[in-house]
Design a protein around this ligand. Sequence first.
Ligand SMILES: Cc1cc2nc3c(=O)[nH]c(=O)nc-3n(C[C@H](O)[C@H](O)[C@H](O)COP(=O)(O)OP(=O)(O)OC[C@H]3O[C@@H](n4cnc5c(N)ncnc54)[C@H](O)[C@@H]3O)c2cc1C
Length: 400
Amino acid sequence: MSKRVAIVGGGASGLLCSIECAKGSCKVDVFEQNDKCAKKILVSGNGRCNITNKNLTTHDFFGENPHFVKDAIEGFGYKEFTNFASSFGLILNTLDDGRAYPLSNESKSVASLLTTYATNLGVKIHTNTKIKDIKALLKNYDAVIVATGSNAAEHLGGCEDGYEFAKEFGHKIVQTYPSLVQLHLTSTIAHKMSGVKTLGEVTLLVNNKKDITICGDILFTNYGVSGFAILDISQRASKALLEFAKVDISINLLPSYNAQKLSTHIVNLSKSLPDLSVIEILIGLIPLKIAQAIIQTLEISQITKIDTKLSKRVANQILNWRFEVSNTHGFRHAEVSGGGVDTSEIDPKTFQSLKQKNLYFCGEVLDIVGKRGGYNFAFAWASGYLCAKDITKLSSSKIS
Ligand SMILES: Cc1cc2nc3c(=O)[nH]c(=O)nc-3n(C[C@H](O)[C@H](O)[C@H](O)COP(=O)(O)OP(=O)(O)OC[C@H]3O[C@@H](n4cnc5c(N)ncnc54)[C@H](O)[C@@H]3O)c2cc1C
């Protein structure tokens, strides 16, 4: 008798788990509340799907117990996922920095190939089917996998259901917070730079102490800041806000300069071209909207001529512009959520609940969140795989 397996959620972890369970001769039903599976895969990586990363370490993941991921990423890491993907024709392109994408460069090929492969292996996918009664499911199946994802991006299926299911069995939930998310700034001057994208260095300050510095794109918006550098600091910023810390960012718009070099450049230019106003000097270095905002912040006029004292103030503003962070842009806009089902109550080798036999949790519903760079999918694949490995192992021992 083949084992009957119910998977709640047809996203990354649920689909991979369904495939591995079907390969292990289980009869698998996937229940997906959306009209189609894998909506987050479809939008991921700006439509390209940063599917995994060649360099997976426990340091790339956060949670109350980040070492929880060790067995998963060692058991089903980059190499194993690459082989798995190529077994159904999905070939990866891995960049020098370790980030991997489908060779097609299209996330829809990932969603489509995974779903087709699962279906061809006999997995029954029930779309438009929202599971409400997890206990009833457990009565009717030999194993139930909660692969419901997190509460990030509700328009793509993000919801609290997985946490509620876990609570029914006495699991603790680590408070969730948005991650890989844009930040709101209190300064109205920042909002005036809306639409400007620049390359710079962002330092996160928690309670006035330097936390991390990231170099990358910074995009000013009408609520605050976005861009890769901001997403990369957002997990720590969001966690700090959750803990009621004072959170600021300091932006360095010209990281290749130091204060001395920049103020000397400005003052020398002003001496050699005395007709140039401060704004004219600044737009040779930074975007116009940012230059105008700097002038407003320093409370000087656009036509002011620069002397040594002013050149130092201007340089300091460009290299160390501090903004208070008031909030994140929220779960709806977050790529992922931190927090979730407490991993101390889950077996890290099997992902089975330590509170309820035959109940498994995989993917983002757990209190594990990865860095940007394919780490969140990497954990979804690996955790889905380990659930299936345990279920199919039990299944074959039951048959024999
Ligand atoms: C815009 C965006 C871009 C991203 N880009 C990347 C990227 O490039 N690389 C990366 O590594 N990660 C990326 N991520 C994160 C990644 O998508 C998730 O970490 C990953 O999908 C988590 O997989 P999962 O299986 O745990 O959950 P999901 O993929 O979210 O799947 C969970 C599924 O469960 C369904 N569900 C929930 N509750 C129920 C219920 N009661 N009944 C039935 N179905 C239910 C949901 O509808 C959903 O389809 C991105 C996320 C977003 C939002």
